[in-house]
Each structure stands twice: as C-alpha cells, then as structure tokens.
Design a protein around this ligand. Sequence first.
Ligand code: C2E
Ligand code: MG
Ligand code: MG
Length: 688
Amino acid sequence: MIRAPRPHGRPSIQTDLLNSAFSVLAAIAVFWVFATAVLAFVGLREELINANSVRIAGLADSLARPLSVADRFQTERILHAWVAANGASSAIVLDAAGDVAAVSGAADSQYRFADGAVGSATGLSEVRISHAVKDDDVRVGLVAATFTLDAVYHLIVLAAASLLLLAMLTLWLGRYVLKRLAIRVLRPLAELAAVADAVALSPDNGQRAIEGGPREVADLAKAFNTMLDVLQNKSEALDQKMRQSALTEAELGRLTLTDPMTHLGNRAGFLQELPRVAERSRQEGSNIAVIHLDLDDFKVINDSLGHEVGDRLLQAVAERLSARRRDGDSLCRVGGDEFALILASITSLRTAVDVVVTMLSALTETYEIDGRNLHIRASAGIALYPAQTEDLANLVRFADLAMHQAKSAGKNDYCVYTSELLSRTNDRLSMESELRRGLDNDEFELYYQPQVDIQSGRVVGLEALLRWRHPSGELIQPGYFIPVAEQSDLIVLLGRKIITMACRQWQEWREEGIEPRRLAINISGRQLADDDFASELLATMTQSGYPLPRLELEITESLLLSGMKIAKGTFRRLVAAGLEWSLDDFGTGYSSLTYLTKYPIHNLKIDRSFVTRLPGDESSEAIVKAILAMAKGLGMQVVVEGAETKDQIDYLKSIGAVVVQGYYYYRPLAADAVSDLLRQQATVGVSG
Ligand code: C2E
Ligand code: MG
Ligand code: MG
C-alpha cells in the first residue's frame, strides 16, 4: 500500500493568515502593554503626589514654630529627618522673605528661586510638591520637596515586562495550540483531501491516506482507505473482466475468421483480407487475382464414404493447395468444398493461370485416406482486380461466375472471367427469379409426347415434357429454362412439381380407364443426388392410394458419364418398386458402354441427332443399327427419338426399330389432347 506523501512546498494562505493574525495580535499586545504602562505611570504619579502632599503638610506644620522663630538649626534638622524618612530626593525650606532657611539633598535653583507657590508640579522624571508653612494662619515660609519617579518607572517597567511576557506567552501558547491543531487535525484532513484528489486524477489506485492524527481523523482516513480498497478491488475485478473479455473477443475474432477444420481463413477471414490486399496492390499499381476453386462432385464422396472421410479429404486438399500457394498469397476455405485464393501483386493474367493450373493438377493426384485411394478434381474461376473490376464484391462474384462456367464446360478446368459471362449470368439470374415466381403461381404444365409402336401405330407410352405458360401468354419450351433451373435448387422444386402433376394426370386417366401403358418423366442430376429422392417419389406416387403408375425415369447418358454418384440404393429401390429407367439422348456420350451393365437400365432412347440424318448418312445408320443390336443383346428396349418423316419411319422399320417418339406421329400434346387420343385409341382397341 503506498502512502500519500505529505503535502509540502510554499506555505498555504491559511498559514499566512495565521502568521499575520499572530503578528497583529502581538502588535496589539505591545500597544496594550504600553498604554497600560502610560496609564499606570499617570496614576502612580498622582498617587505619589497625593500621599506626599499629606506628608509635606505634616512637615509644614512641624516647621511652623522653628521657622517663625528663625531657628535654622531646628528647621534643618526637621527637614533632614523628614527627607530621610519620606524618600524625597531633595527638599527646601524658604522663610517668609523667600530666603532659603534649610536645604536637604540636591535641591536645585528651581527651589531656591521658587516663587513661593504651593501645590505640585509634575515632570517625567520627578514631581515637586510645595506647601505653605503657617503659624497661626500666618504664613511664615514655604516648604517644597522633590521626589524622583524612578520607583514608579521601575514598577511600571516591571509590570509592563511581565504583562508583555504574559501576552507573548499567551500568544505563543495560542499559536502553539493552533499549530498542534493544524498538525494533528488539519494536516491529516488536507492529506486526505490530497489523496482523494490524487486517486481521482491518477490511474494509480494504490494510494492510501495516512491513518494518523486524532482518533476522529484517523477513523475518517480509515473509512476512506476502506472505501478505496473496495473501489480498487472492484476496479481490479473489472479490469480483469475487461482483459478477459478483450481476450475472449480476440479469440472469438480469431475463431470467427478461421476455419477450424483446415485452419485456413474462412469466408469472413477472406472478406476481411481481400480489401487489405487490394489496397496494397492499388498502392503498388499491380493487380490481384481472386481464384474461386470448387471441388467437383465432392458431395458424392461425402455421401458415399461419410463425412469423416470427406473432412479428411478436404484437409488434404487444403494442405496441397497451401503447399502450392506463393508467399503473400491468401488461401481460405469459403464454403464446404470451396476455396478462395487471393494472389497478390501479379503483373499478368498468366501468373494467375499458372498458379491455378499447378493447383488443379496437384489436386488430381491420388489421395490415400483410411486405406482407400481417392480422387478428386476441381474447377476454378479467375477474376482480376482492378483490371476487370474495381468493386471487390463484383470481383468475388466474377470469380464465382467463372468457376461455374468452368463447371458447366465440363469441370476439372479453370475459366477466366469475361464480361460476356456476366451478361449471360444476368440473364440467368433474372430468369431464375422469374422461374421462382412462376413456380409459386403454378405457371407450369406438362405436355405429353406419345411414343408409338412403329408396326401397329398404337400409342405405347408417353413422355411428359414441361412447358411454362408465361403470364405474357407465351408457352416457353424447356430447352430455354431447364438449363437455368438446373444451375440451382430450382430444378429440384420443379422436379417435385412435375412428379406430382404427372401422377395426378395418370390418376385421372386411370379413373377414366384410359391410362397409358407407361409414362416417362425426365429426371435431372440434382434431383437424383438428393438422398430422399426415391422416398419422396414413392410417397408422391402412392398418395392417391391407387396402385403405382407405371413410371419410367429418364436420365441422360451424360449424367451417368459425369461420374456423379447417384445415392446408393436409389436405382435398386425404385426398380424394386416397379419403376423403369431410361437412358435419354443415347449415343451423344462418347465413353465406353460398359457402364450400361452397371446400372439397371431398361430402355435406351436414341438421340434425335442420329435420326435426322437417316436414311442416307452411313455413320448415323451404323450407329442406330449398332445400338439396336446391342440393346437387343442386353435385353433393353429402344425408343427412337425425333423421327419426322415417312422415310425415316420406313428406314427404322426396316432395321427393326420398334418404338418411335417423333413429330412424324405426334408433337408433345396438352393433357386434354392426349386424353382424346387415349380415348380414341381405347375405342379402336376395344372395337379392334
Ligand atoms: P428430351 O427428354 O430428349 O425430350 C425430347 C425432346 O425432343 C422434346 O423437346 C421433344 O419435343 C423433342 N422432340 C421429340 N420428337 C421430335 C421431333 O420429331 N423433332 C424435333 N425437332 N423435336 C422432337 P422439349 O419438349 O423441348 O424438351 C427438351 C428437353 O427438355 C427434353 O429433352 C428434356 O431433356 C428437357 N425436359 C423437358 N421436360 C422436362 C422435365 O419435366 N424435366 C426435366 N428434367 N427435363 C425436361
Ligand atoms: Mg426425355
Ligand atoms: Mg431425349
């Protein structure tokens, strides 16, 4: 505990006032003593005169006789005896003629030549008293005596000195008492005040008042110190809390900016870092590149091998990417399987491309996780600042756009942002919001295109094809909006709607007794990737309580080839429930056909592009024939799409094609038209 220093330095006004008061009191005391001395002097002198006047009257009486007889001897004797007895300094006796009859002591000429007046005369050093000497009322002479005032002076000086001493003593005592009071009471109080001031003004909470002085003051100081102790404890606790919370805040700040799994920055960290790097590059006059890197089909690994393996793979990817980044570049994990890289101070796009190429190829090397060999690829988008945009939000968006472009161009590649990409995206985004609105407003309908038995001409199946009845009145074809819907969750929402609509329609036909033999619906990759797809589909199909409609699910060959892993059991489960799988647009893929044996595919739909060149185009003919033969060998059915002419139909017949879906027979028809057709066919069937 630090004690407050005693206040020191120049005397206070209080001390000055006290000193002045004592000086004035001392002056007053001196004056008072002097005045008292003067008054005492006058009084004592008067008393001396009075007392000796009586005595000199007695002397005059005793001198009356000798003087009247001019007995000089007797006169002198009486005078001497009287002077000696009464302490006069001198005395003189004059006869009636005014001559000196007797003298005692050093009587000066004043007496000798006294005019004979009686009474007293006073001076500062002596008094003279004279008295007439009468004998039977006849004046026979005069006697005068002089007394010095030495005794009076002695008395007065003694008294004054005593008084002065007493006054000074009293003053000194007063001063001493006050001083003691100041030391004992005022000083501790002043110190207390000083400590209070110091505590209030300084950040040092350790100062304490001295607990000395009189009990009351000591108690006050003690109480004050206790209060300071309490305050200090509270303030220390508060400090600690603040330090703790500052720590927690820093820790929180660090945590909120870091991805705990890869220890890279997270999205927030990335967004915090970007402006810093951008500002630096702006000052340097260089560019920065933002690279958005997204793993291809990572969900498949997560779904099939579990999240633990997925996480390990992400860590391994993060390590590989980190190892290949240049000093000063920032790498962050900005989403599940998304990474963002900020390349600082680059002078040309080439640098960014080189980094991306190195990273992408590093990622393709085999990963060994839990004794398994895993492979993963990634797609990346590159955008430059400030060359392509000075807006950092746009910069991030552009890199993202470019990454998506790389994905849709076939994945495992990079794409550099271009403004043309943006305009396409803007179209896409406005289309997306339009689609969502359309979905909310039930603007979608299913058209159905009949599949016809080429021999009998009968409708053996229908393919449901989506149409968008736009509020403008236009009927929009799926080729225009499905690719957009496929870029987001919209295709899943649309897909659910299609399944519900198709099932409901099937139900209507069934109730009317004109249900088609089979109904095909198109399923896109995102729908299949959903674990719940099979359950949801089966739930929708059985909602009506009737037996399952004979649904056929069309997936594209490119979907199977993309390597996208369809949730385990989806195929099997749906096949077990009586559904069939069709491979749409068959022949447009260019991979081996071995995968056909891996999946339980029932039907192949030969793509229209082969049919349009029939007959005549040798390679188209060869392909169509080969597919027909292969399908036969694998026990699959074939639907030939896009036949528009009689020649095509004839040719297809000649090579043994069985079912055709093409404009030659029917275009996609609205549900009512299909109902008419089915009714008509049912009648023909019944009559035939
Ligand atoms: P797709 O599944 O191959 O459907 C066949 C497409 O070929 C249909 O086009 C159909 O109208 C067209 N087509 C059939 N015969 C002929 C013909 O003789 N000549 C010509 N020029 N075209 C013919 P549409 O209805 O425009 O559908 C285009 C694509 O949109 C579909 O190709 C399918 O991939 C997709 N699609 C349509 N409806 C849906 C749907 O409900 N869900 C999903 N995921 N995709 C759908
Ligand atoms: Mg189709
Ligand atoms: Mg097709």
